[in-house]
Write a protein of this length. Structure first.
Length: 342
């Protein structure tokens, strides 16, 4: 685990460990924060949420999903009255009053995650006259690893950059978006990945470095990536400097399709829709060429694998795992080549 995330984890753990052996009601599930807290509790502490409460029913949702309205607290439903309440949206005066009128006590039977993590600094300020590459998220912060690093260390990870704003990668590039530990850790778990000293992972189209941080946090000692958009690369460089991680990360600026010997030091390769089929096929060829230069076991992770056909036709790589994860681009393909391949 990364030292820069130790404080963040401690803030969450201090609340969650108080709920061991208790029922838990998570209030505010519709946000990314709510989904992250649910995942974190299950992943790190094997705490399963008993009641998911959403305060926003405006989006369509299947009725067979076990998601409740806030009125569940008014009903004598099973043991909901004895549940510990985790508030995963900013605590309003009306919600606080309502909980305390029902007998809940702050810090004992209900907990405010936003106050624990961000104090009163819950909303990002509007940044004027800042270009899209350096602009950070405005409005309500989410509670998650990368956004906490933005708040604590003045980094810039989570704000998307649409394709139309790219300056040099417009022809073959895709807009910028990032994955976090919440998505990456389950993917690596599905791969039965336990990073060893000789394991290294490379991110094609690494953007601002969010996945690189997650790989280091998972346990990889060597990580690398390439980014084609110079202004995004500048943000990547600043992020790694502010986190003190530059010595642990190989950051390359240039065309991912031109990589050659640089790939020989890696055995895991990661794609999250960084570019179109033309560049993707060149990257797969580069990985195969690298294997011919240096025989080793190789794993390729491809999220939303539109271009899976070009991997399969190499004859060198085979699909070994396919699953879904909790993100919009749900499907993940994993390809491998054994070092004993002729």
């Amino acid at each position: 685990m990364l030292l820069v995330l130790k404080e963040f984890r401690e803030k969450l753990d201090d609340i969650m460990l108080k709920a061991m052996h208790s029922r838990v009601l998570l209030y505010g599930y519709e946000s990314y924060t709510g989904r992250f807290i649910k995942w974190y509790a299950e992943y790190y502490h094997s705490i399963n949420i008993d009641y998911l409460v959403s305060t926003d029913m405006s989006r369509g949702r299947a009725y067979d999903e076990e998601i409740f309205r806030p009125s569940i607290l008014d009903f004598n439903y099973k043991s909901v009255g004895q549940a510990i309440i985790w508030v995963t949206e900013p605590l309003t005066d009306s919600l606080q009053t309502g909980l305390e009128e029902k007998g809940y006590i702050k810090g004992e039977t209900y907990f405010d995650f936003y106050e624990a993590v961000y104090g009163s600094d819950i909303y990002g300020s509007n940044e004027e006259n800042i270009d899209v590459f350096n602009k950070r998220k405005e409005g309500r912060r989410d509670i998650q690893f990368l956004e906490w690093l933005e708040w604590k260390y003045d980094c810039n990870f989570v704000t998307r950059i649409k394709h139309e704003f790219l300056e040099v990668a417009k022809e073959h590039g895709e807009g910028y978006g990032c994955t976090t530990q919440k998505e990456i850790f389950p993917i690596l778990d599905h791969c039965h990945c336990i990073p060893q000293a000789n394991d290294a992972i490379f991110d094609f189209g690494c953007g601002k470095g969010g996945a690189l941080v997650s790989f280091l946090d998972y346990g990889f000692q060597r990580v690398g990536g390439i980014e084609y958009e110079p202004k995004i690369y500048d943000v990547l460089n600043k992020n790694m400097s502010r986190l003190g991680l530059k010595s642990k990360v190989e950051m390359l600026l240039g065309d991912a399709g031109d990589l050659t010997n640089q790939l020989d030091e890696y055995n895991w390769f990661y794609f999250f829709l960084p570019f179109d089929d033309y560049i993707f096929e060149r990257c797969i060829k580069s990985i195969c060429d690298s294997y011919q230069r240096k025989r080793r076991k190789i794993s390729i992770i491809s999220i939303s694998p539109y271009s899976h056909g070009c991997i399969e036709k190499t004859g060198l790589l085979r699909l070994t795992n396919q699953f879904t994860v909790d993100m919009r681009q749900r499907v993940v393909d994993v390809y491998e080549v054994s070092c004993c391949r002729n």
